[in-house]
Design a protein around this ligand. Structure first.
Ligand SMILES: C[S@@+](CC[C@H](N)C(=O)[O-])C[C@H]1O[C@@H](n2cnc3c(N)ncnc32)[C@H](O)[C@@H]1O
Length: 285
C-alpha cells in the first residue's frame, strides 16, 4: 500500500498492510493490543501461532510501526508474563523503556489454578521513541476525595500542588475487566476498559494529536480518541469486530453513547453500570 492520509480512518484490513501506508514520524502515540499468543478465538487464526512464529510476527509488526512514531512519541503494548520478557528485550534495543505497567484486572477469588498462582494481570510496556517524550501528568492525576484532603490538613501539607490537583497514577492499575453490567461493554472477547486507554491517550498524546491502534478490536482506542479530542488511525482484520466499531462510533457521534469521559469522571474510575442487570454480579467486580 502506498502512503495515504488515513487520519480518522478505520480500515478492515491486516495491520501489517495498513501500517505501510502511514507516513514515517507522523504518529504521536501507538496503542497496541495485539493477539497475546495465547490461542484466543478472534474468529480467525491470528492468535493460534506457536511461540517462535508469534514472536517473529510480533517483531515484524513492531519493526514496521516504530518508524511511524514521532521523536516525542510513545508506544504502549499489552502483553502477558509469557511473552513480555522477549518483547521487552526486543523493544529495549529500539526504544526507551519508561514503565512496565501492571493491569490488575480485579479478578474475583474463586478457586483458580491449583499448581501455580492464579494469573490476574496483564503486563503493559510503555516505551518512547526518545527520552524527550510528550507526557502530560496533570491530565491524568487522580484527585483526592474531601476526606483525604481534610486528613492532610497539617501545615506541612498546606499549598501542596499534589493535594489540590491529585496524585500521579502508579504503575499498578487496578481496573475491573469489563462485565455485561458495564454500559461500555461490546461483544468482543478481550475488550479493554476505556478508563485504561483514556489514561494512556490523555498522558501520552497532545490534544488533536494522532493515535495509531493497529489491532482495534471493539474500537476502544477510537472511542477514547473521540471522547478526548484526539485523531486516530485503526485497523481491525475481523469484519464482525469492524462492524461493532462502526456502530460504536455512530453512537458516539449521535450522542447515544452511554459513557462519561474520564475527564468528567475525575480519573478514578466509577464506571457506569446498566441498572437493570443482576446486582449479584456487582459483588464479583
Ligand atoms: C486483543 S484484541 C484488541 C481489543 C481492543 N483493544 C478492544 O479494546 O476492543 C486484538 C484484535 O486484533 C485483531 N487482529 C488480529 N490480527 C490482526 C491483524 N493482523 N491485523 C489487524 N487486526 C488483527 C483481532 O481480530 C482482535 O480483535
Amino acid at each position: 500500500m502506498s502512503e495515504l492520509n488515513l487520519t480518522d480512518t478505520i480500515l478492515n484490513i491486516d495491520a501489517l498492510e495498513g501500517i505501510l501506508a502511514i507516513p514515517d514520524l507522523s504518529v504521536d502515540l501507538v496503542i497496541a493490543d495485539p493477539p497475546y499468543g495465547l490461542g484466543k478465538d478472534y474468529g480467525n487464526d491470528s492468535d493460534k501461532k506457536g511461540s517462535s512464529e508469534f514472536l517473529r510476527w510480533t517483531e515484524k509488526w513492531l519493526s514496521l510501526v516504530i518508524p511511524k512514531i514521532k521523536p516525542t512519541g510513545s508506544l504502549y503494548i499489552f502483553t502477558t508474563w509469557r511473552y513480555s520478557p522477549e518483547i521487552f528485550v526486543f523493544l529495549k534495543s529500539r526504544m526507551f523503556m519508561v514503565n512496565e505497567i501492571i493491569w490488575d484486572r480485579k479478578v474475583p477469588s474463586m478457586g483458580g489454578s491449583t499448581r501455580k498462582y492464579s494469573s490476574v494481570h496483564d503486563t503493559i510496556g510503555f516505551f518512547t521513541k526518545t527520552k524527550d517524550y510528550y507526557f502530560d501528568l496533570d491530565a491524568v492525576r487522580i484527585p483526592y476525595n474531601e476526606e483525604t484532603k481534610k486528613a492532610r490538613s497539617r501545615s506541612i501539607f498546606l499549598g501542596k500542588k499534589w493535594l489540590e490537583i491529585g496524585y500521579n497514577p502508579k504503575d499498578v492499575w487496578s481496573v475491573s475487566r469489563l462485565h455485561r453490567i458495564h454500559s461500555e461493554r461490546e461483544n468482543h472477547p478481550t475488550q479493554k476498559p476505556l478508563e485504561i486507554i483514556e489514561r494512556m491517550i490523555r498522558a501520552s498524546c497532545p490534544e488533536n494529536g494522532l493515535v495509531l491502534d493497529p489491532f482495534a478490536g471493539s474500537g476502544t482506542t477510537i472511542a477514547a480518541c473521540l471522547l478526548n479530542n484526539r485523531h486516530y488511525i485503526a485497523f481491525e482484520v475481523n469484519r464482525r469486530y469492524y462492524d461493532i466499531i462502526l456502530q460504536r462510533i455512530e453512537r458516539i457521534h449521535n450522542g447515544s453513547y452511554d459513557v462519561t469521559p474520564l475527564a468528567k469522571r475525575g480519573n478514578n474510575g466509577s464506571r457506569k453500570t446498566k441498572a437493570s442487570r443482576d446486582n449479584g454480579q456487582l459483588s464479583l467486580l
